[in-house]
Each structure stands twice: as structure tokens, then as C-alpha cells.
Design a protein around this ligand. Structure first.
Ligand code: GDP
Ligand code: IMO
Ligand code: MG
Length: 426
């Protein structure tokens, strides 16, 4: 099996880090294709918890080649810190960590604008991670972005920075801030250049070469389908193409070369930041999910909004991404509930729908089906038939409703706390 895309099927934080780390055992190459250090992917190895913001989650397996693709926006500072932390743990990154020369760099003015906008009372507040993601992608689309390749030519980079700062200056003034000095930015870029230039690669050519040599490639999604700039709950989205189509452009692999798309969903729903979420619970059940699931942002620490699983939205994710398989995570978090509700459709002003129009979610009311819960601790289960009957029935219901086969079920944060049902690379 050649190329497998792992995608978040909800609003992010589905457990992509854990799943990618687990599956990377059978992958030769892991490519991140979109987003930046907006949030984080958590890996729990033994008693250690690691949060990766830029580096692909396959990096802990020393046989993997890890690539930061050109659909990404990078903070050179965060990347440097991650490399230091990994090297400090004795992980050898030598000649196996590569950065696309066409990935864009998040500049200090991007972070400043993101923060000013979030603090402002003017316009729509998205509840971003304030890491400069939106403004960086704005410069990319506006064709005044600074790319990693520009680190090789700081004279050219200076011209880009001057153009970008001129463009952002009215925004700074409007939001009550001051644009930064060009010279200070260039001085920082000089420092980053020394560190990053040796990692730069023609990433699409590298992935192609490895794929042709018979290596298995995993494309690691960030964020999730409902945060996608085109297909998410706009404007409450991130600024990248987080879906399977984005994997092709972000990693530079043609759609005909993709062998499988696997979507990851929690056994319930969470969301961070603003925007509609039909199954959100403001009651004790929601608080229980948050507490038992440890539902706080892995980097920002923000409490995640929690609610029941929304199959109408997952059907949509299955369609948009062309899902071939599903991974359900955090099933253990539902243990101890008497009743588990599942949203099977939405009631909207224009009628009921079982595959919801994301544009109408603000006025959508969930249509629930109720399922019996289970009381047992399931973190020790490694096979489907070790799960309580109610848990098995819950999984079968999801699989039937979505008509997408289950590839794995995660019952705890650790690598081994997983029930593997199908081989992602077979
Ligand atoms: P990502 O952004 O999709 O990689 O997800 P995050 O790492 O931001 O959030 C998922 C959180 O759930 C992390 O703290 C993981 O350690 C944790 N996690 C992943 N899978 C499971 C699981 O099956 N059960 C439990 N209890 N926690 C899990
Ligand atoms: P991972 O990869 C959950 C959300 C933010 C906000 C919106 C826009 O860990 O799954 P941005 O900073 O991207 O401009 O914020 O997107 N968001 C995430 N939510 N997980 C993520 O990533 C997210 N990345 C961005 O909370 O609502
Ligand atoms: Mg996350």
C-alpha cells in the first residue's frame, strides 16, 4: 500500500497525533501537509507526554523520513524549539527531517495582527489560536508571503517583508497597534536562516522519489474537516485546506496516487473557539465529557466545548474527504454514562437532513437517538470482543450509519491502548 491520508473528521483534536504515531510503525515517510503551530498533536509514550506542533507525529520512529510540506505555514522559532527538544531526547533527526522550500514562514507581524484582531471588538472574533495562521495565509494568497526558500536570499526576503509590512500598516493603525521595524525582522530571519537552510528540500520531488521506490507514505492532517477554509463552518474555520483535497496540494501528490483516506473522529464531539456546534452540551454530561476526556487545548489550555457525536456532520466529512476508513478515538471517555446520545440528523428551518449543510448549522437542532451506556473500564481492551456489548453496539451503529469501515478504535491515550481492526497500509 502506497499513500494513506489521515484526516481529522471533526473540528480538530480528534487524536491524529496518537493515531499517526501508532500507524507510523508501518510507514516509511510521514508528511504534514497543512496548517502550522495553531494547535498541537499529542503523543503519550509510557509516562511521557509530547506535543508536536509542526514536526510530523511519526518522528519518534527512527526509520521514518519526516517532511513538512508546502501547504504548511511555519514558525521558525517553534520548529527550532521542537528540533531541540527532540534532539535533547536523543532522537536522531539527521537527514530524515526535511522542510519544503515552498512552505510559508509565519512572521512576527502575522502573530501581532492575529492577536490584535482577537482582542478587538470590531468584526467577527473567531477565537483563533493567535499564532498568526490567518494573516500568514492571507499573505500567501496575496502573493507577498515569505517562503522558506527566501531564507537563502535575504535581500529578496527583505523586499517581501517591506511589501508585507506596508500592506499590514493600515490594519495595525486601525486596530491600535504599531507595525514592527523591518530591520528587527531581518535580523531574526538571519538567525533562522542559519538553522533552517540545511533542512530545506524540494519536498514534492523527495516524496515522489520515495513513493516510486516503493516506500509507504502517510499524509498527516492537522485541524479537521469542519475547520477547512472551503468546507468548514465558515467563517469559524482555520485558513488552510485541512481536508483530503488539501493533502494532495499541500504534499504535492496527485489524487490518482492516493490509496486510502482514513478519517479520525472522537466517540463524541469537541470544538475550540467560536462557531456553531449543534450537539454542544452545557450541562453535567458536557462537563463529564470534558473532565473524563481531559478536554483542554493541548497548547492553549482552552477548555474544549463538548457534546454528543454528530453523525450528520461525520456523513458530510465522509463525503468531502471520500473516506475509505474510520478511526474512533476516546471511546473510553464514554465509560460510566447511563445513556449515550447520538445525533443522526439535524432539524433546520428548511427541514430535516441527515447530512447537514454546514452553512445552516447555526439554526440546526440535533435529532438524537439514545443508546445504552456501559460502566466497565475499557482501557485494557485490545480486541473488539473484549468490549462490553453496549460499546460494541455503539461502534456498529456508527459504522452502519456512515457506511465506512472501522480501521481502529482507541481506548486510551497510549500507543498500545488501541484495538486495531484493519491494516491501514494493507
Ligand atoms: P490531535 O490534534 O488530533 O492530534 O489531538 P490532540 O492531541 O490535540 O488531542 C487529543 C487528546 O486526546 C490528547 O490529549 C491525546 O493524548 C488524547 N487521546 C487520544 N486518543 C485517546 C483515547 O483513545 N482515549 C483518551 N482518554 N485519550 C486519548
Ligand atoms: P489540531 O491539529 C482544534 C481552531 C481555533 C479557531 C479556528 C481558527 O490540534 O487538531 P487559527 O489559529 O487556526 O486561525 O484558528 O480553528 N483550531 C483548532 N481547533 N484543533 C486544532 O488543530 C486547531 N487549529 C485551529 O480554535 O476556532
Ligand atoms: Mg490538537
Amino acid at each position: 500500500m502506497g499513500v494513506v491520508i489521515i484526516i481529522g473528521a471533526q473540528w480538530g483534536d480528534e487524536g491524529k497525533g496518537k493515531v499517526v504515531d501508532l500507524l507510523a510503525e508501518s510507514a516509511d515517510v510521514v508528511v504534514r501537509y497543512a496548517g502550522g503551530p495553531n494547535a498541537g498533536h499529542t503523543l503519550v509514550i509510557g509516562d511521557d507526554k509530547l506535543v508536536f506542533r509542526l514536526v510530523p507525529s511519526g518522528v519518534l520512529h527512527d526509520h521514518t523520513v519526516c517532511i513538512l510540506g508546502q501547504g504548511m505555514v511555519l514558525s521558525a522559532k517553534v520548529l527550532g524549539e521542537e528540533i531541540d527538544a527532540l534532539t535533547g531526547r536523543g532522537i536522531d533527526l539527521n537527514s530524515r527531517l526535511h522542510v519544503s522550500e515552498h512552505a510559508h514562514l509565519i512572521m512576527p507581524y502575522h502573530v501581532m495582527v492575529d492577536e490584535l484582531r482577537e482582542a478587538s471588538t470590531k468584526g467577527t472574533t473567531i477565537g483563533t489560536t493567535k499564532r498568526g495562521i490567518g494573516p500568514c495565509y492571507e499573505d500567501k494568497i496575496g502573493r507577498r508571503g515569505v517562503r522558506c526558500a527566501d531564507l537563502r536570499n535575504l535581500i529578496a526576503a527583505r523586499a517581501r517583508v517591506i511589501e508585507a509590512i506596508a500592506n499590514w500598516t493600515p490594519t495595525f493603525r486601525e486596530l491600535g497597534g504599531e507595525p514592527p521595524e523591518v530591520e528587527a525582522i531581518i535580523a531574526q530571519l538571519e538567525q533562522h536562516a542559519a538553522r533552517l537552510t540545511p533542512l530545506l528540500a524540494d519536498a514534492t520531488a523527495l516524496v515522489d522519489e520515495l513513493r516510486r521506490a516503493g516506500k509507504s507514505v502517510m499524509l498527516e492532517g492537522a485541524q479537521g474537516t469542519l475547520l477547512d477554509i472551503d468546507h468548514g463552518t465558515y467563517p469559524f474555520v482555520t485558513s488552510s485546506s485541512a481536508t483530503a483535497g488539501g493533502a494532495c496540494t499541500g504534499a504535492g501528490i496527485g489524487p490518482s496516487k492516493i490509496d486510502r483516506v482514513i478519517g479520525i473522529s472522537k466517540a463524541y464531539t469537541t470544538r475550540v473557539g467560536g462557531g456553531p456546534m449543534p450537539t454542544e452540551l452545557d450541562d453535567a454530561a458536557g462537563a463529564q465529557l470534558r473532565d473524563q476526556g481531559g478536554e483542554y487545548g493541548s497548547v492553549t489550555g482552552r477548555p474544549r466545548r463538548c457534546g454528543w457525536l454528530d453523525l450528520a456532520l461525520l456523513r458530510y466529512a465522509a463525503r468531502i474527504n471520500g473516506l475509505d476508513g474510520l478511526a474512533i478515538t476516546k471511546l473510553d471517555v464514554l465509560s460510566g454514562l447511563e445513556e449515550i446520545k447520538v445525533c443522526v440528523g439535524h432539524q433546520t428551518p428548511s427541514g430535516s437532513s441527515d447530512s447537514s449543510p454546514v452553512g445552516q448549522l447555526a439554526n440546526a437542532k440535533p435529532i438524537y437517538e439514545s443508546h445504552p451506556g456501559w460502566q466497565e473500564d475499557i482501557t485494557g481492551c485490545r480486541k473488539l470482543d473484549e468490549l462490553p456489548t453496549a460499546a460494541r453496539n455503539y461502534l456498529s451503529f456508527i459504522e452502519q450509519q456512515l457506511d465506512v469501515p472501522l480501521y481502529l478504535v482507541s481506548v486510551g491515550p497510549r500507543r498500545d491502548e488501541t484495538i486495531v481492526l484493519r491494516d491501514a497500509f494493507a
